[in-house]
Design a binder for this molecule. Structure first.
Ligand SMILES: [Zn+2]
Ligand SMILES: [Zn+2]
Length: 352
């Protein structure tokens, strides 16, 4: 079956073709289905903001390795014990690419995200077929299309960000980075009653999306002084909550400066694995009492993400679709950053 693999590691933005990273459709065997598993004919797999970092080999894997984790599809076959959720052949589904074992120390300690066996069944989602454990699979509501459905996983990350904030109504919030997670966070924060909701983002069409989804202010860090503008928007106090969704080493240094005393600062993106950020502990942790944290994946978030899916504005996220055979063009378009999301179509269905 067709599956997308990284066949050469390197930056997709590298102007030199000899060293540029490369993804390609390869032929791999279909996975076998176990008794508790679900075999899925994949409809769409969205490209994640983290996928180009995987091509850069942030996890140090050997090539070729498969990618894709934002998946929707239709159930082809159920293992004989995959009966706990009432799933049926033909159901339209989405899911969590990570299977939490439920048994290890972390799973039993309320910290699924650190599951010691979470990667065991992490099969590449940009494939014609995948096999997932029943626990990873969620039936889509009837009013959610398969295109929207593949956004369940990024929506689950927005849910996790909200969990980490412990948001209070009326708090001032700034988001750095208007990629898909930043834009989903803006929509979620709007529901939460955030005020002075501000996006810091250099790409103008991303700022436009943010305003459309409810941002009160936008800051262009290329032409404006981020700290100065942030202070003028907040009576000189800074934002109660600041969330980095950019992952950009250029953008993250001054975020402690725009966080209010006693505020929360969430580094909610994936960062280069050797990057170290200077942080004045006296100023920000001792004197200003900031709570600084980050997040890895989205435990306990999928049932709520599923509830949110029909309530989010996702039409702009499904505007650009490439067939699986054009995955190289799709990744080239992804790194341009013009669309909030790019979808890979792995199979077509009559009822989308
Ligand atoms: Zn993702
Ligand atoms: Zn576990």
């Amino acid at each position: 079956m067709k599956s997308v693999s990284v066949i050469k590691v390197g930056s997709l933005k590298d102007p030199n073709e000899a060293t540029r990273g490369k993804v390609q459709v390869v032929d791999i065997p279909e996975q076998l289905i176990g008794d508790e598993d679900v075999k899925i004919k994949v409809a769409y797999c969205a490209i994640c903001g983290s996928d180009p970092h995987l091509v850069e080999n942030i996890f140090g894997w050997d090539v070729p390795f498969g990618i894709g984790h934002e998946v929707s599809g239709v159930i082809m076959e159920l293992g004989k014990n995959a009966t706990k959720k009432g799933l049926k052949v033909g159901d339209r589904i989405a899911g969590n690419f990570l299977k939490f074992c439920g048994t290890c120390y972390y799973c039993q300690n309320g910290q699924q995200q650190f599951c010691e066996y979470g990667n065991d069944s992490n099969h590449p989602g940009m494939s014609e077929y995948i096999v997932w454990h029943e626990s990873q699979v969620y039936k889509l509501p009837d009013d959610v299309s398969l295109k929207i459905g593949c956004l369940l996983e990024p929506v689950s990350i927005a849910v996790r960000i909200m969990d980490k904030i412990g948001m209070k109504i009326g708090q001032r919030v700034a988001i750095c980075g208007g990629g898909p997670i930043g834009l989903l966070a803006i929509q979620s924060l709007k529901m939460y009653g955030a005020t002075s909701l501000t996006l810091i983002e250099p790409i103008s069409n991303r700022r436009d999306f943010a305003v459309k989804y409810g941002a009160d202010y936008v800051i262009d860090p290329l032409t404006q002084d981020v700290v100065e503008v942030s202070m003028s928007l907040t009576n000189g106090r800074g934002f109660d909550v600041v969330i980095d969704c950019s992952g950009s080493v250029k953008a993250v240094n001054n975020l402690p400066q725009i966080t209010a005393k006693g505020g929360k600062l969430i580094y909610a993106a994936m960062y280069p694995n050797t990057f170290e950020m200077p942080l004045n502990l006296y100023q920000y942790c001792y004197f200003n009492e900031l709570t600084i944290t980050g997040l890895y994946v989205a435990p306990y978030a999928f049932p709520r993400a599923l509830q949110l899916l029909p309530r989010m504005q996702l039409e702009d996220f499904i505007a650009k679709v490439y067939p699986i055979d054009q995955v190289e063009e799709a990744f080239a378009m992804q790194v341009e950053g013009k669309y909030p999301k790019i979808l890979i179509q792995c199979n077509s269905f009559e009822k989308e």
